[in-house]
Design a protein around this ligand. Structure first.
Ligand code: GDP
Ligand code: IMO
Ligand code: MG
Length: 423
């Protein structure tokens, strides 16, 4: 068996949580492989809404084991809150969730360091979610990190105190004093104690054993390809590898054991935080997209920037991920837009290209215009019932991207998902 991967092709928030939940019945294991509580994955079903930050989006399905892989960074306080919220609503999380002992911990001063570093950047700030992701991964790669498996060691507290000392020195250098360490630390230690009841496992072995037993595995990405540390719009990126390769390192899966790669994108584009965005609509149209698409962050509530679909960026993302299938979400949001633009090429230094330039700020988008459609899509249950103009839009995108669009999402609910088998 191989692991399928579902991940974002844009700047995050493409609807990964919704689609993972929809396809989980096909899988026996769903695993997160990178990122941490900077993610906010929203699911709607049976009139209820859930937002998951650290827990994989397969958690609502009875026969699915959910794994937090080694590549994830865990904030114990946030994870505890997530678990308690779900348990309160009757989801038996403890029966369905296992955590890699190799996953690194976000420590109490990591979010504080995030805030201090952002403040120091001034106008150049990244617009981080301030969950401590960057500082936690920095400690990991700097080989100072603390892994969740370390909580079982007798010298765990000593290790933590050493790390805290280093963090306090850094904050001192940055002149940042706006935090209450005692409060942060007591919450953190209480949450660590709470998490002791969860099995800490070697997720790499669990996944390989699952393969040997013929079980199906889905790796769930967080953030999106254009936020990838290596290939995103650096430095306006996150601190992990959000691409398919991240599923290999973040779960211990060999590249040859990757199966289908499902790349998900919105019918338009959004970005939250700073950084270049060639097709951004910094005008009334953008405001309309934001309103109709409810484009406000699931984790931070921040308004998302909005813009037209960007084909060169999607092509780049497809290439980096080896996407074998595409999923398009939020097609319903475009209903009623008289004309829809799609960026088909960039003009870079006067040359027309579909390649991603080193400095994306230099890319001037070249658009093709489409007639929009007016029909409400949210109660359509069959792909063939979609308006002809939307189908033309989908087929045009597919022709440029040369990868089949197999799923079209027309609303936030599980049921508002159209599978397309016209290939
Ligand atoms: P994720 O981070 O990729 O899981 O995406 P988010 O949950 O942060 O953001 C996607 C938002 O769009 C959520 O509020 C979803 O409920 C919603 N959503 C997902 N698919 C669709 C869709 O096809 N149409 C509409 N209107 N909303 C959608
Ligand atoms: P999901 O999984 C959208 C963005 C932040 C910021 C940059 C760095 O819900 O798609 P970080 O907190 O990682 O240091 O922030 O990345 N960002 C996201 N944007 N969706 C996300 O996750 C994001 N996670 C981080 O806004 O610009
Ligand atoms: Mg999100």
């Amino acid at each position: 068996m191989k692991a399928d991967v579902l991940l974002g092709l844009q700047w995050g928030d493409e609807g990964k949580g919704k689609i993972v939940d929809v396809i989980t019945p096909k899988y026996e294991v769903v695993a997160r492989f990178q990122g941490g509580p900077n993610a906010g994955h929203t699911l709607h079903f049976d009139g209820k809404k859930f937002v998951l930050n650290t827990i994989p989006s397969g958690i609502f399905h009875e026969n699915c084991l959910n794994v937090i892989g080694n590549g994830v960074v865990i904030d114990p306080v946030i994870l505890k809150r997530e678990i308690e919220n779900l348990e309160k609503q009757g989801v038996p999380v403890s029966e369905r969730l296992q955590i890699s002992r190799r996953a690194h911990l976000i420590q109490p001063l990591h979010p504080v360091l995030d805030a201090a570093l952002e403040k120091a950047k001034g106008d150049e700030k990244i617009g981080s979610t301030l969950k401590g992701i960057g500082p936690a991964y920095q400690d990991k790669t700097g080989r100072h990190g603390i892994r969740i498996g370390d909580i079982t060691f007798p010298d765990f507290i000593e290790r933590y105190h050493q790390a805290r000392q280093r963090h306090l020195q850094m904050l001192n250098q940055l002149g940042f004093t706006d935090f209450d360490l005692e409060q942060l630390e007591s919450n953190w230690l209480a949450a660590i104690d709470f998490l002791r009841q969860y099995p800490l496992i070697d997720s790499e072995n669990l996944i390989h054993d699952a393969f040997s037993q013929g079980k199906s595995v889905l790796a769930e990405g967080a953030q999106g390809t254009l936020l990838d540390l290596e290939f995103g719009t650096y430095p306006f990126v996150t601190s992990s590898n959000t691409i398919t390769a991240g599923a290999c390192t973040g779960l211990g899966i060999a590249p040859s054991q990757i199966g289908e790669v499902m790349g998900i994108f919105k019918a338009y584009c959004t970005r939250v935080g700073g950084g270049p965005f060639p097709t951004e609509l910094d005008n009334e149209l953008g405001e309309r997209l934001r309103k109709l698409g409810h484009e406000f962050g699931a984790t931070t509530g921040r308004a998302r920037r909005t813009g037209w679909l960007d084909i060169p960026a999607l092509k780049y993302a497809i290439r980096l991920n080896g996407a074998t299938q595409l999923i398009m979400t939020k097609a319903d949001v475009l209903s009623g837009f008289g004309k829809i633009q799609v960026c088909t090429h960039y003009q870079v230094n006067g040359i027309l290209t579909q390649d991603m330039p080193y400095d994306i700020k230099e890319a001037v988008p070249v658009y093709q215009e489409f007639d929009g459609w007016t029909e409400d899509l949210t109660s359509i249950s069959d792909y063939h019932q979609l308006p002809v103009k939307l189908k033309a839009y989908i087929e045009f995108i597919e022709q440029h991207l040369k990868v089949p669009i197999t799923v079209v999402s027309v609303g936030p609910d599980r049921k508002q998902t159209l599978f397309r088998n016209a290939h």
